[in-house]
Design a protein around this ligand. Structure first.
Ligand code: KG4
Ligand code: ZN
Length: 349
């Protein structure tokens, strides 16, 4: 039996629009990782089309798997276990990865472990980095989820609050479309925000009353829409008219929107820290790649003497290294699954 640091887990991720495989040693060292993005498939629809996503996963899976093993320079006998995302996500997409994982586990005779995608995002900051010191507050903000968790260890987390409508990444994608910046919206709005004035447009910050740890981004998105296209039925001509989109107005709106999102996320992180007494903060999910959020979190950590864990960019958005990494810890905790492991679209935890 290999020592724990040499246990190699093959991870498979297909919950949304990325087909990904990775091999991780000891839950931490990424030996190989390959991500086939479907952005080009979904771009013209302005969002992920579930049926197309499942089909694209089927087409990409074998190649991604072979490339990963080739990159790691490993054969089947050098893989110790298979970890796979089985919840939450698009059901057809999840099933493709799950079926691939079950097939390998059966044919190669390896343990299979099902991994929760959100818990894996909260684990991602451990990859190729110093291990997280727990307990920690984790903010997971992506295209499908925005939630705060209290993490006691990589495998134990309790939900503190989540979005009651849009996810933060979803708001980025919709605002990008309103501003004519394209899909996916996060990276381009983030870049464009750097050229604008964050106080140019007065935009709302929602759910700040009381001590709520839930989020709401749909009002902010609508406020941007009204600012750009005008408020239907408004009294004044200027409110009805909206604004002309020039490079400068687009940059100012992007910057003001980003400031509103980051302010909201940071207020909630501070509340969660107060409520839990945790001394560590973890960022995870695609929005954790956001420059404004990363800077604001670093400032908070510096001011309050907190440990801050921000995954490397490649481990913020969907990837299989985070699945393999967390899979290792689940296996170490004695958890593994049978070949009847099922996929679940929505899980509140
Ligand atoms: O974690 P992820 O790859 O997929 C889900 O699990 O949803 O996150 C994708 C989301 C998209 O909505 C994308 O616009 C957003 O993350 N995103 C960003 C940035 N990079 C990606 N949002 C804000 N700023 C970024 N730099
Ligand atoms: Zn994700």
């Amino acid at each position: 039996m290999n020592p724990p640091s040499e246990i190699r887990v093959l991870g498979i991720e297909s919950s949304c629009d990325e087909t990904a495989c990775a091999v991780v040693a000891g839950g931490q060292t990424v030996l190989a990782q390959v991500v086939a993005s479907q952005i080009d498939v979904h771009r013209r629809f302005g969002g992920v089309v579930p049926e197309l996503a499942s089909r694209a996963h089927i087409e990409a899976m074998n190649t991604v798997l072979e490339d990963t093993l080739c990159q790691a320079d490993l054969g089947r006998e050098e893989i110790d276990a298979i970890a796979v995302t089985h919840e939450p996500g698009l059901i057809g997409s999840l099933l493709v990865g799950l079926m691939a994982a079950k097939t390998l586990a059966w044919v190669w005779d390896k343990p299979l472990v099902g991994v929760n995608h959100i818990a894996a995002h909260a684990y991602a900051a451990n990859l190729d980095a110093e291990p997280v010191v727990y307990p920690a507050v984790a903010l997971i903000a992506s295209g499908g989820h925005t939630a705060l968790y209290q993490c006691k260890s990589p495998t134990e987390m309790d939900l503190l609050g989540s979005t009651i409508d849009d996810a933060a990444g979803e708001a980025y994608d919709k605002v990008s479309s309103i501003l004519g910046l394209g899909y996916p919206g996060g990276p381009v709005v983030d870049r464009t925000a750097g050229e604008g004035d964050p106080s140019a447009v007065d935009l709302p910050r929602s759910l700040l009353k009381g001590q709520s740890l839930d989020f709401s981004f749909s009002g902010l998105k609508t406020a941007v829409l009204y600012h750009v296209q005008g408020v239907p039925g408004a009294r004044s001509d200027s409110d009805r008219a909206g604004v002309e989109l020039t490079p400068q107005t687009v940059a100012d709106i992007a910057a003001s929107f980003q400031q509103a999102v980051v302010d909201t996320l940071m207020i909630k992180i501070r509340r969660a820290l107060q409520a839990t007494g945790a001394g560590s903060v973890i960022l995870g999910g695609g929005v954790a790649a956001n420059g404004g959020l990363r800077r604001a979190a670093a400032q908070l950590a510096e001011k309050q003497g907190l440990r801050l864990y921000r995954p490397a960019m490649a481990y913020c958005t969907d990837n299989a290294a985070m699945i393999a990494g967390l899979g290792f810890h689940l296996l170490q905790a004695g958890k593994s699954d049978d070949l009847d492991l099922s996929a679940t679209a929505t899980v509140r935890r």
